[in-house]
Ligand binder design. Structure first.
Ligand SMILES: *[C@@H]1O[C@H](CO)[C@@H](O)[C@H](O)[C@H]1NC(C)=O
Ligand SMILES: *[C@@H]1O[C@H](CO)[C@@H](O)[C@H](O)[C@H]1NC(C)=O
Ligand SMILES: *[C@@H]1O[C@H](CO)[C@@H](O)[C@H](O)[C@H]1NC(C)=O
Ligand SMILES: *[C@@H]1O[C@H](CO)[C@@H](O)[C@H](O)[C@H]1NC(C)=O
Length: 527
């Protein structure tokens, strides 16, 4: 039966539809097998940076250096679509801290006078507002810049995280009362109930410590998940594993049991030091990387196969280039993240911290921004991350049968120097859609009119080019990232890269055994 539409209904309808047009993503998000999807069922890939707001001052870092909106814009400009925003539980369970301490008071009590002057200069409107309102202001600013937010309960007491000795490492530790934690989660979930860009809550960062058990993990994490979902059914509920979130293996035999569906995401952390101090230094890198692929699958990657999204919510390394183990790990980790097409959040956005572990102005070596929160810290590093920012597969992603041949060391991909079918090969932006195809043990071929595939007509140290006489290209090493073929002269070579990023043939190196050898210039991940 037809019903007349009142002018006010019409007005509301128009208002709502105009609002929805301005949103880049159709919230809320949910899950569909291992993918996170929007309300149209299309994949949304989380490509986030962590923005710490859980240290002693309980103010998102950087606000003494740049205006909030400037930082939000910078995040967007770097190609991220989301922020994992950390918060200490006390912000929700201690009303004095949340409502009665202003930014000014919080900075003054830690002697951060210089930093306070910075707040006056760059964010004068927040000087005299309570800490909870600054937290909200940051979330709203991110929303204005079309950035999604994952609210991450990082710890209980404000301060740097994490060690086994912390009094808030695991449930029922002196500073980790599960009831207060659930209360805090509910409050946080409720505060952001109608804030569209808050798409997920990460319930507790890096559970760990002497008292951690899988039994208690299920007991409390399931309750916490229900509490969040009841208070805010829109958000994804994101659960961190044991042992500093390096271990979800216990889920293999006993999945999480919840009353609701399509909202559960698991999270995993992976740093070089996760693999054991000194390990990346004392092994052959190619062998060790392949062992780490297997380890990551065992400790977390398997959840993708079980049909749950896995959010690699912390990873990263020293961006100043001097971290020997971190550099070795980084190419391996990137290859893995690219192949799995993971959702992720890099640690961290920070240029410099106001006050960390008793020291003022500590630079974040892993940070995406420089110490002024102005420039990109290391553009090569950002380029390497940019390859894993866009989604490659999943629901609603235009099916693309072309392969990418990713060179994780540089963050570039194998491309033709010119569009001719006998072109030489070089490295170029991975956004260039080269129609590569590859069949195992087969040919590496550019699809198109003329037959154009990797040819054997080259020699050690010489350029590699395309042609009609295909040679067989094999993934020969444990990581499957060495691409080897036989030259017309009969020598076995691997694809390599010279100092000008030309792709050349070289003797295959560091395949196994040798500990001092660096294979990454010969690593190509086909995905
Ligand atoms: C906040 O401060 C006011 C005035 O100093 C005080 O009366 C009130 O009890 C405080 N509230 C909390 C929650 O600490
Ligand atoms: C609550 O926060 C205030 C302000 O930081 C602090 O003085 C007080 O000790 C906190 N209370 C508890 C129970 O931690
Ligand atoms: C571990 O649990 C025991 C007993 O509940 C408690 O006394 C202790 O403080 C906990 N350890 C840590 C490091 O929190
Ligand atoms: C930037 O990072 C790359 C590796 O990602 C490293 O080789 C280089 O030394 C770094 N540059 C600077 C200026 O720190």
């Amino acid at each position: 039966m037809a019903k007349t539409i009142s002018p006010i209904t019409l007005f509301l309808f128009l208002l709502l539809s105009s609002l929805s047009l301005t949103l880049a993503t159709d919230y809320p998000l949910s899950t569909k097998s291992r993918w996170i999807v929007n309300n149209k069922g299309q994949r949304v890939k989380l490509a986030c940076t962590n923005w710490p707001s859980h240290l002693k001052p309980v103010v998102a870092e950087g606000l003494s250096s740049q205006p909030i909106d400037y930082i939000s814009k910078k995040i967007k400009d770097m190609g991220f679509n989301c922020v994992r925003l950390t918060w200490p539980l006390e912000l929700m369970i201690n009303d004095t801290l949340a409502f009665n301490v202003t930014v000014k008071q919080s900075f003054e009590r830690y002697g951060l006078d210089h930093e306070l002057q910075g707040i006056y200069a760059h964010n004068p409107s927040i000087v005299n507002i309570p800490l909870i309102n600054v937290f909200q202001a940051v979330v709203y600013s991110l929303g204005r810049h079309d950035l999604m937010v994952i609210l991450d309960n990082h710890k209980t007491v404000p301060g740097w995280c994490c060690s086994n000795d912390d009094p808030d490492a695991f449930f029922n530790d002196p500073k980790f009362n599960p009831d207060l934690w659930m209360l805090g989660l509910k409050k946080m979930a409720t505060i952001f109930l109608n804030v569209n860009n808050v798409v997920g809550m990460s319930l507790r960062n890096e559970l760990r410590g002497y008292n951690h058990t899988a039994k208690d993990w299920y007991k409390y994490m399931q309750k916490g998940a229900e509490a969040v979902h009841t208070s805010n059914p829109n958000v994804l509920v994101i659960l961190s594993g044991l042992s500093f979130d390096a271990d979800l293996s216990f889920l293999k035999d006993r999945p999480v049991s919840l009353s609701f569906k399509k909202k559960l995401v698991l999270e995993l952390h992976w740093y070089a030091f996760t693999d054991g101090t000194g390990q990346w230094k004392s092994h052959n890198v190619n062998d060790f990387c392949s062992q780490m692929f297997a380890k990551e699958r065992r400790t977390g990657g398997f959840v993708l196969e079980q049909g749950f999204p896995l959010f690699l919510s912390e990873f990263g390394t020293d961006q100043r280039g001097g971290d020997f183990e971190g550099n070795r790990y980084m190419s391996c980790m990137l290859a893995w993240a690219a192949e799995k097409d993971m959702d992720w959040a890099v640690w961290a956005l920070t240029g410099v911290y106001y006050f960390r572990e008793g020291k003022r102005g500590v630079v974040e070596a892993y940070g995406m921004l420089d110490a002024n929160w102005h420039n990109v810290h290391n553009s090569t590093y950002l380029r390497r991350l940019s390859v894993i920012q866009p989604p490659h597969k999943g629901p609603g992603i235009r099916r693309n049968h072309h392969k990418k041949i990713f060179h994780p060391l540089t963050g570039l991909c194998l491309v033709r120097k010119s569009p001719c079918h006998d072109s030489e090969l070089t490295l170029g932006p991975c956004t260039k859609d080269e129609p590569w195809s590859y069949s195992h043990g087969g040919t590496l071929e550019i699809k198109g009119g003329h037959k154009s595939c990797l040819e054997g007509e080259t020699a050690v140290g010489k350029s590699v080019k395309l042609g009609k006489r295909c040679t067989k290209v094999k993934q020969i090493s444990a990581t499957k990232m060495h691409l080897s073929f036989e030259t017309d002269e009969g020598s076995l070579v691997c694809l390599d890269v010279d100092s000008d990023n030309n792709v050349i043939a070289n003797s295959c190196k560091c395949l196994t055994g040798d500990v001092s050898c660096e294979p990454a210039s010969q690593w190509f991940k086909i995905f």
